[in-house]
Write a protein that binds this ligand. Structure first.
Ligand code: ARG
Length: 578
């Protein structure tokens, strides 16, 4: 949307320099809305013009700025042109600002901002996003929760920008842990408990058999034997494994649904056992595989620029490793989906692993490895529920919901809600997501329920609260139909501040798209919510003459639309009452 104004300024420059308008779009940016209200809205960077060769770099930049500003006239859109340090500032006429933005939001709705010229380079075609990827029978720890919400955000963002997104969950569904589970289930498994509470039961069996195996050599042997049966494809063992996998996936699906997340494919390490052997064969043929004295197979990555690296891809007993299966899985996906880019979301401890995966793929001649990337994130410390350490995703959701529900009961709002549980859950999830997305993904952080759930301040609860306040304003005063808008009635700086923030939405999305960090969008939405709070305080609807009330309602409704759009991209379902 900033488009219209950017275009206006770019077209002036196009005339001056005799170059196409498009070459100037990126030189113009919005000026952040700050506490001490700025009177200008857009800024043209003169150094950008020098970098692009439109102005000679040898001359004094300030003189260039001043002489260029003299040629940039005011018109029906631009109210004022001023010179800053190496920049030229533009102030847009307040009524044009209001008219254009409100018109655009109501015309484009959920597409607002997404068609901006700034974003047109962000379409990459088909994007594969691999995320969540828990290990069956093991803990679903905070790292998996982070991967789940970050991967969902990246998928939503890519989709919003017009990419064809494929969401893949790559389960830890193979390995000695299934030998343990198989052996353990024979001893302490119960079909009834498995049916009643599958994840819990599998986890219990797994913990117990591990403890036994520590003490008992016999248990270890039986676990090894069970895994060998799986590897050699013995039907009885496989049937039990399949059963464990199916019920676990069923449970995962149910819980992901609570987060509004759906995967196109549940793949996993098990599916790439055979292909991993093909990869080894190819590596051998290509002369990339070396056998060490210990009998393991390694790929020497020194030639690829990493002198310290020998990647082990084959155990001495002939079995494949995690990395071998990842190589196979990547090649498989390229064949199945012919993706244009692939994104893996895991904690940062796996950075080295993915670096090696991509390097080996390249060494094998798969140049498309350049279109693969790993998005790493940091650790969460101290995420606990009343039951103690987090073991299951569902416990976190229950805890968040329970706490929000108690807060709502304390303020007695829950009685007025149709479905307090659902509302509490949505507010709780928003709280978790915003807390997690506020900083750079790579940073570690300490988790604190008290801080996460604050109503005021920079939390997901605050975003939900703002959205529901705006909805309630519409319920009270909106007729569902807009009369003629008189934009001249929206001259106050508090209103202009909200409008200017809406103008920045495409820039926030662009930043997210460039570095895949959700913090830009989170901070945008928090800032918008703070501006809305000021607006709601200072620009009353109730008691104002109808045309003014109408104009203000339009303004708040536009803010509500953009807030909801942004929240959805984050993976938050906005609530209408809370
Ligand atoms: N299951 C793994 C874990 O919990 C994450 C899988 C990441 N994806 C991959 N392609 N290796 O650590």
């Amino acid at each position: 949307m900033a488009c219209f104004f950017r275009k206006n300024i770019a077209s002036k420059l196009a005339k001056i320099f005799g170059q196409p308008e498009d070459s100037f779009i990126s030189a113009v940016s919005t000026i952040p809305v700050s506490k001490k209200q700025q009177s200008s809205d857009f800024r043209l960077s003169v150094s950008h013009l020098r970098q692009k060769g439109f102005l000679p770099s040898a001359e004094d930049i300030q003189t260039q700025a001043e002489s260029l500003a003299r040629q940039l006239n005011r018109d029906s859109v631009v109210d004022d042109v001023t010179v800053g340090r190496a920049v030229i500032n533009f102030k847009i006429k307040r009524d044009v600002l209001a008219e254009k933005i409100l018109e655009q939001v109501s015309k484009e709705g959920h597409m607002f901002g997404l068609k901006s010229a700034l974003l047109c380079g962000q379409q990459k075609g088909r994007t594969l996003v691999e995320f969540s990827s828990p290990n069956i029978a093991k803990k679903f720890h905070a790292g998996h929760l982070r991967s789940t919400i970050i991967g969902n955000f990246i998928s939503n963002l890519k989709e919003a920008l017009g990419n064809d997104v494929v969401r893949i969950n790559y389960l830890g569904d193979w390995g000695l842990q299934f030998g343990m589970l198989g052996a353990g289930f024979q001893d302490y498994g119960s079909q009834e408990e498995l049916k009643a509470n599958p994840l819990q039961h599998l986890f219990e069996v797994y913990v117990r058999v591990n403890a036994e195996a520590e003490k008992d050599e016999g248990v270890r042997r039986r676990a090894g034997e069970f895994f060998r049966q799986l590897e050699s494809g013995e039907e009885e063992a496989l049937a039990l494994w399949r059963h464990f996998r199916e019920i676990s996936v069923g449970e995962y699906q149910r819980i992901y649904q609570r987060l509004g997340i759906c995967f196109h494919e549940y793949s996993g390490e098990s599916l790439h056992q055979k292909q991993a052997l093909d990869v080894l064969q190819r590596l051998r043929v290509q002369g990339l595989l070396r056998t060490t004295e210990k009998g393991t197979g390694v790929v020497d990555l020194a030639a690829a620029g990493d002198p310290s690296c020998l990647a082990t891809v084959l155990r001495s007993d002939g079995t494949s490793l995690y990395i071998t299966r990842d190589l196979a899985a990547a090649i498989d996906r390229k064949e199945a989906y012919d993706f244009d880019e692939m994104i893996y979301v895991t904690d940062k401890s796996q950075e080295g692993h993915f670096g090696q995966v991509f390097q080996i793929l390249r060494a094998m001649g798969h140049q498309w490895a350049d279109s693969c990337c790993h998005v790493p994130f940091g650790l969460v410390r101290g995420m606990k529920t009343r039951k103690g350490d987090v073991v299951f995703l569902e416990d976190v959701l229950e805890e968040a919901k329970g706490r929000v529900l108690r807060n709502m009961q304390a303020t007695r709002t829950s009685k007025e809600l149709e479905d307090p549980d659902m509302t509490a859950e949505r507010v709780g999830v928003a709280a978790l997501i915003v807390q997690d997305f506020r900083g750079p993904l790579e940073s570690d952080y300490s988790f604190d329920w008290g801080r996460v759930l604050q109503t005021q301040g920079d939390t997901g609860v605050f975003l939900q609260y703002t959205h529901s306040r705006l909805c309630s304003l519409m319920r009270m005063h909106g007729s569902g139909q807009w009369g003629l808008l008189d934009p001249a009635l929206l001259q106050e700086e508090q209103g202009a501040a909200v409008l200017k923030q809406l103008l920045r939405y495409d820039e926030a999305l662009l930043q997210c798209s460039c570095d895949l960090q959700p913090k830009h969008l989170v901070n945008f939405l928090l800032a918008l919510s703070h501006l809305v709070a000021v607006g709601l305080r200072t620009l009353p609807v109730k008691g104002s003459p109808p045309p003014l009330a109408q104009a203000r309602l339009r303004l708040f409704d536009s803010a509500r639309t953009v807030l909801a759009n942004g929240m959805r991209i984050l993976g938050v379902t906005p609530v209408e009452k809370m």
